[in-house]
Design a protein around this ligand. Sequence first.
Ligand code: AMP
Ligand code: MG
Length: 297
Amino acid sequence: MDYRKLFVVEPGKRVKLDKLDADYTGKHCSEDRAKAETKKYLDKLNDLQYLLYSEARHSLLIVLQAMDAGGKDGTVRHVLGAMNPQGTMVTSFKQPTAQELKQDFLWRVHPHAPARGMVSAFNRSHYEDVLVVRVHKLVPKSIWSRRYEFINEFEKLLHRENETYVLKFFLHISKEEQLRRFQERLVDPARNWKISEDDYKEREYWDDYVKAYEDVFAKTSTKHAPWYIIPANQKWFRNLAVSQIIVAAMEEIGMQMPKAQVDLEMIRRQYHQALDEDSESRPDEKRRPARGAKSKK
Ligand code: AMP
Ligand code: MG
């Protein structure tokens, strides 16, 4: 199953979130059955990220949005966790500081866009400026309603100017599942710290958030920066779908392992010369074969 096709929001299309099943798990009936496939994608992600880093031409920006307890942190842990930390960056966007509020809304975001070769994840993002800001009327409509256009231009800039592939994921949980996760946070001492005083107050705005998200999808899902709505009530399915989509998008970039920038023949001669000198100076020592050398059998 190609989850890119299944979950993408076609540009300009309006979706109704309550028509989409947050419990969907495709052909997989259990986490156990999906394990092997998920592992395959996570391994591939690791290889592709190595290639992206080596080539240092393109970059990847993964935007994660969800209702509270939607699984953004877990997705970062599983999906970004499959990659080499050296080539990744995660930024969590919280309430803007006083200084940030004095700037335009993209000012605090742009420095975290990935450099060539890097994978960047946004845990919340510039979309909060047309979500929480709209729902709580933090700025007037005349201001937030212009922002979709700025967002599209910003993402286009990242893509055209810096070959950044932008993938945006909405982790779709149901209202019942949110309450279940809130309960888990209460019961499990290891999750207590995640509880926020605003959780239940925010939950009252669920329908307003749904409306704001539906507008986001209709106005900002573009060919160069598509939105994917991921059924996320089952965490294991969410991880499977998100990793498959990222793998497919990275494979499509057409990356190639870069050729060495140096004269390999010359370096090889230098290596063998150093090896000879070394064995002459310590003739009795038994040597391990060079790494990557074929063993003689
Ligand atoms: P959390 O993700 O649970 O750590 O919470 C971060 C909080 O920061 C959420 O309540 C967000 O809605 C809020 N937040 C993030 N970005 C903005 C923004 N641009 N304006 C206002 N609140 C924001
Ligand atoms: Mg929260």
